[in-house]
Design a protein around this ligand. Sequence first.
Ligand SMILES: Cc1cc2nc3c(=O)[nH]c(=O)nc-3n(C[C@H](O)[C@H](O)[C@H](O)COP(=O)(O)OP(=O)(O)OC[C@H]3O[C@@H](n4cnc5c(N)ncnc54)[C@H](O)[C@@H]3O)c2cc1C
Length: 459
Amino acid sequence: MIYDFIVVGSGSGGGSLSYYLNKSGAKVLLIEAGKFYRKDTFPKTEAETSAHLYWGGGIEFGKDGKMGFLRTRMVGGSSIVYQCLMDRFDDIAFNDWRAESGVEWFNNQEMDKHYTQVENDMVLHTFQREEMRRNGILFADACDKLGYKWGFLRRGQSNCGAEKGNDCVGCLGGCFRDSKQSSLVAFIQKAEKEGLEIVAETEIHKVEPNSNTCKIHGLQNGKQVSFEGKKVILAGGAFGTTRMMTMSGFKSKLPALGKNFASHPQFMWLGFQNEPVDAHKGMFQSVASKDPSFRAQGFKLENVFASPISIGMLMNVTGAKHQEYMKKYRYMQCIEVAVRDENIGEIQCDNKGKLTIVKPLSDQDKTRRDKGLQAIENIMMTAGANEIYKSNFYFGLHLMGGCVMGTDASKSVVNPEFQVHGEKTLYIADSSIYPNAPGINPGLTIKSLGHRLATQLLK
Ligand SMILES: Cc1cc2nc3c(=O)[nH]c(=O)nc-3n(C[C@H](O)[C@H](O)[C@H](O)COP(=O)(O)OP(=O)(O)OC[C@H]3O[C@@H](n4cnc5c(N)ncnc54)[C@H](O)[C@@H]3O)c2cc1C
């Protein structure tokens, strides 16, 4: 059987793309390396979540052992664990993408129709004052006193049940109510009902494009399997797609493969308050910085929180001191800074598929981080913290680049039509094509690029 379209990887990019392709009546196959969980089968404990939902069984580290990466593996990809904050890019982000890539359609006018369609296909909710929890109130009130601009976040959610005592920290391991608008909820389950074929637990290792079709090969339950499509679209995420492309021998043809990796490094600090904050309760994240001067300086702040295990891992202390801090879990105010980093990182892959991530922080990244951390300290002190835990552990949650889009085949991997340079039947549509870090939550744009490619392919 030759499919019209095969999409490899079912995260933010692959989920929306396969939904829009499938709607046309085309014969579409969606392939995913991880398992197919539903709302009632997601792992129930944090340890199981870590072991079953992440490549490498949890946090993976870069070559220097400093920065932790979270990369998921299941139907829905990272959208199963993401916070689902859905932001459009601003002109700053698109102007920088255009300058780096030479791609003229990277602008808000061209992207508006794609953003609008995806927004219409998701349930989006902008938080309001009465929904703010104390962690958000402390953040917003201190920002007001300091003259920092802030605003409410927009999140994909339909019915979280916070008023009934439901805590959204839990949905970072998969939403048990199908409220959070993951790719699974917003796109894949709907497309499944309309006939989308989904093959899970199948890891693709090799792609073989020719002029009329593209063959792909991988492993399913330890056995070699192959599929053939008129067009194959890789959407395995920055690491996954770069790995498939490298294992398929493209590095010699496309020197930019694996280059330009960026990740919005995120640092979380904890401010201890005299009264309980209960930051883990209800919809735990509602506000973020909206200060133009922060944007110009290359960072943003969000009021965040996490489960006890994740918070415990931020601390570089042991024994009694660790216990003393963790006993004050209910008193923690938490703010993170996400740095708009330079894309000097590299995703390296050997011929057996072993990845090595080289991701140093540049001097500019460090300056941006320090300015953001200073703003966090100002907010926490103004909010009345009696102590601040200044964690130096940092994560990359937004994995971008490795197969960047551009007009110049010596500096990019896909052309402005999402096609791998020099290939007619092989495309890429995920965060690996991002030319540089936008400094804005990437998920909505990944889904909208999926809509753009679907529209183009269906023409
Ligand atoms: C904890 C967390 C919170 C986040 N919060 C937000 C947020 O609030 N807002 C936002 O915009 N972004 C957020 N992000 C980032 C966002 O989730 C990602 O940027 C986005 O989902 C990436 O989409 P993608 O399609 O590129 O890759 P992914 O969503 O990672 O999907 C790739 C899929 O491909 C599969 N795959 C890889 N290799 C293969 C292979 N060889 N064969 C078959 N399948 C393969 C993977 O298993 C995976 O399921 C968050 C991320 C994390 C980890």
